[in-house]
Write a protein that binds this ligand. Structure first.
Ligand code: AMP
Length: 439
């Protein structure tokens, strides 16, 4: 299946070609025809599957086709609500990229910065608005936003909105939407509250499910080190010294923990920066910008701050702490191995985190391969996993699937660092796809 076969407007096909997209990803292949027919959609999928384009492309197509009917001043015709500023900015960049030959205009609004510039952009007129819930409600209440001409509404990362306490804001926003609209609802997981919310928002809908376990098994090579809490900084420093040229995203469960990791790395002369909710928007954007441009090699993030991070050539994700919610693991490792590119995710697991590891393995329906022993062992520390012998570090599935994916004509190996097994050794016989080409 090609984008052309999906029947998309010429300027969009041209933009996709410019982006280097040759084939739709599975979610795009399934969702785009449904959305072109005008149906509502429930998409059960995580970031990294190409879901932004799955909803962005049909919206742009519809708006472009109706362009001659539009009045002079641009009115908000499409709204995308997403939980974090980073994600909002990224979605806006995607709309700009896919819509660059259509003449359609988008803008992004989020909290944590002064509203003046955002209000001016709205007053100048936009076709597509991308927003985080708090600022959206705020500007709606101030009368800067009208939904009178709205035709398309996307609720993105609904489960994350719930985790972040946005559920009431979202319900308020939904209650203000015009009844005649096409609604799209995306969530990586479907807990009960989210199912209820989706029923409130969607009319006659079709469902597309892209399973997280496929995402982890197919594209991301995984490994886990058993290590004490105390030795985690040393192991991290060791891993980073082994890969001085790689872009590494380190996950910490807490903001405080993220700051501590940055300090420990600085003591070992490794430059890094933390992004989390306590950092100013400017500091977050600066750190993210430097990381995306490759000026900063190590970024330490909490889950919420990292939710939207989509970085070209992200070689490695390190779970410095294992998340206590298993779905979060899937989100985290989805930061690498974007779309069908490959990636590596290494986790550190201390004694207390062993139950989390078991839950994660249950969810992804596979064992996270055990990494070989390392040098940072405390006296009396129990490093061996109870009743389990050593296993090869590589994930057989990952390599089989990767070979299959090689036919997908992706960009390949521009940083020279991706032909590695999860334990950091080179394995030159593996013709991997790597390196995303956005941002
Ligand atoms: P998303 O899930 O929307 O965050 O997308 C993940 C990444 O995949 C982004 O870097 C996109 O630019 C990229 N991507 C999306 N669709 C395609 C495609 N059809 N071909 C290649 N890359 C894509």
């Amino acid at each position: 299946m090609t984008f052309k076969e999906l029947g998309l407007a010429e300027p969009i096909l041209k933009a996709l070609e410019d982006e280097g997209y040759t084939q739709p990803t599975p979610i795009q292949e399934q969702a785009i025809p449904i959305l072109l027919k005008g149906k509502d959609l429930l998409g059960v999928a995580q970031t990294g599957t190409g879901k932004t384009a799955a909803f962005g492309i049909p919206i742009l197509h519809h708006l472009y086709e109706a362009i001659s009917l539009r009045q002079n001043k641009r009115k908000i015709k499409a709204l995308v609500v997403t939980p974090t500023r980073e994600l909002a900015i990224q979605i806006s960049e995607s709309f700009t990229a896919y819509g660059k030959h259509t003449g359609l205009k988008n803008t992004v609004i989020f909290g944590g910065v002064k509203q003046g510039q955002q209000v001016r952009a709205l007053q100048n007129g936009v076709d597509i608005l991308i927003a985080t819930p708090g600022r959206l409600l705020d500007l709606m209440n101030q009368g800067f936003i009208s939904f009178r001409d709205l035709e398309f509404v996307v609720l993105d990362e609904a489960d994350q909105m719930l985790d972040m306490g946005f559920i009431h804001d979202i319900k308020k926003i939904i209650s203000k939407l015009p009844p005649k609209r096409q609604s799209l609802f995306f969530s990586a997981t479907m807990p009960k509250t989210i199912v209820e919310l989706s029923r409130k928002m969607l009319g006659d809908f079709e469902r597309v499910t892209i399973k997280p376990q496929q995402a982890t098994a197919e594209r991301v090579e995984q490994g886990v080190y058993f290590v004490s809490k105390k030795n985690k900084p040393k192991l991290l420093v060791h891993l980073l010294h082994e890969r001085p040229n790689d872009s590494v995203l380190v996950f910490s469960r807490t903001k405080h923990g993220a700051n501590k990791i940055v300090k420990k790395l600085a003591q070992a002369d490794i430059r890094s920066a933390a992004i989390h909710g306590n950092k100013s928007q400017t500091a977050r954007q600066k750190a993210l910008g430097d990381f995306k441009e490759g000026k900063l090699k190590v970024l330490v993030a909490t889950d919420i701050a990292a939710r939207g991070i989509d970085v070209e050539e992200l070689s490695l994700v390190v779970n410095y702490d294992l998340p206590n919610v298993s779905e979060t693991y899937v989100h985290r490792i989805g930061r690498t191995g974007r779309a069908s590119a490959s990636g590596i995710a290494i986790s550190f697991c201390d004694q207390e985190e062993r139950p989390y590891l078991r839950d994660i393995e249950k969810l992804i329906k596979q064992e996270v391969p055990r990494m070989p022993e390392h040098q940072f062992v405390d006296d009396g520390e129990d490093l061996s996993e109870p009743q389990q012998g050593p296993r090869p570090p590589r994930n057989q599935n990952a390599s089989n699937n990767r070979n299959r994916n090689n036919n997908r004509n992706r960009n390949s190996n521009s940083n020279g660092n991706s032909n590695r097994s999860a334990n950091g050794n080179r394995s030159g016989n593996r013709n991997q796809n790597s390196d995303r080409n956005r941002n």
